[in-house]
Ligand binder design. Structure first.
Ligand SMILES: Nc1ncnc2c1ncn2[C@@H]1O[C@H](COP(=O)(O)OP(=O)(O)OP(=O)(O)O)[C@@H](O)[C@H]1O
Ligand SMILES: [Mg+2]
Length: 256
């Protein structure tokens, strides 16, 4: 498998007729029933849909945490559907940035060490450039003065910013975020959405799952699942995005 980041043809990923079935004793659950869509580099996609519609299943596939029963998932020139477990682990550590609702930081590690975690999965000791990069990312998310703090010494928003910095340390094809603002109050949600906007404006591709309309309106595009199928796939106009950002600012609780 080539580990070069070339040959992506302008797409962060391409999903082609993806199906996922879970075979249980009594029944087979068809969680994804044939989903097709492309994510161009630089896109910002919100995945929505009712409970049980297949969002987490799709996210697990996109994150190479599990494999489709049939269909393809192209990450660059590679079809993830045909890979073995070792290859999937390589892809995860080299090409995907994960951000979770519960932050998933390692409590014993400092801010800067948490940011470096994905690099350790690559199994090499850190280069000078990688150390510099992790510091740069800590600064970028506004935690440059808290490098030696541990997660318990940080607010939820700060912890999520560490997680976002961590997601970028391997220069991924895309950031995959599962309800990234689900645990945050409205002010902190706004802080995180503003950071995503900044990263997307710099060319980062973002794919997130959300239940909240106000979050999905901030993305460039909304993909909605229903019963394991793609119900619709629409682009938000710039007017909708700007209005949602303005609404968030106007309705910010007053600080006491
Ligand atoms: N590991 C599994 N084994 C069996 N069935 C599963 C498994 N994971 C998901 N499912 C089933 O697949 C379907 C889609 O589930 P999924 O978790 O993807 O939905 P979701 O859209 O993320 O829902 P929610 O909004 O509640 O998180 C559901 O019917 C679910 O019960
Ligand atoms: Mg889910």
């Amino acid at each position: 498998m080539p580990d070069s980041k070339m040959d992506t043809n302008g797409f962060a990923c391409r999903v082609v007729d993806m199906k996922k079935e879970y075979v249980l004793k009594s029944e087979t659950v068809r969680a994804l029933r044939g989903v097709t869509f492309d994510v161009p580099e630089g896109d910002y996609v919100a995945i929505m849909g009712p409970s049980g519609s297949g969002k987490s299943t799709l996210l697990n596939m996109l994150g190479c945490l599990d494999q489709p029963t049939s269909g393809s998932l192209w990450l660059g020139a590679d079809d993830v559907a045909t890979m073995n477990d070792d290859q999937l682990a390589d892809i995860r550590s080299q090409r995907i940035g994960f951000v979770f609702q519960a932050y998933n930081l390692i409590q014993q590690l400092t801010v800067v060490e948490n940011i470096q975690v994905p690099l350790f999965y690559q199994g090499r000791s850190l280069s000078k450039a990688q150390r510099a990069r992790s510091l740069e990312l800590a600064n970028m998310v506004g935690l440059g003065s808290r490098l030696d703090h541990r997660p318990t010494q940080l607010s939820g928003g700060q912890q999520q910013r560490v997680a976002i910095a961590r997601s970028l340390v391997n220069d991924p094809y895309f950031i995959l975020a599962d309800e990234p603002t689900g645990n945050l109050d409205s002010r902190t949600t706004e802080e995180i959405l503003t950071l995503f906007e900044k990263l997307n404006n710099e060319g980062r591709t973002i794919i997130l799952v959300t239940h909240e309309d106000e979050v999905s309106k901030r993305a460039k595009r909304v993909v909605r699942l229903k019963d394991g199928r793609l119900q619709w796939d629409r682009r938000n106009s710039e007017e909708v995005r700007a209005a949602a950002a303005q609404y968030a600012i106007d309705n910010m609780p007053v600080e006491v």
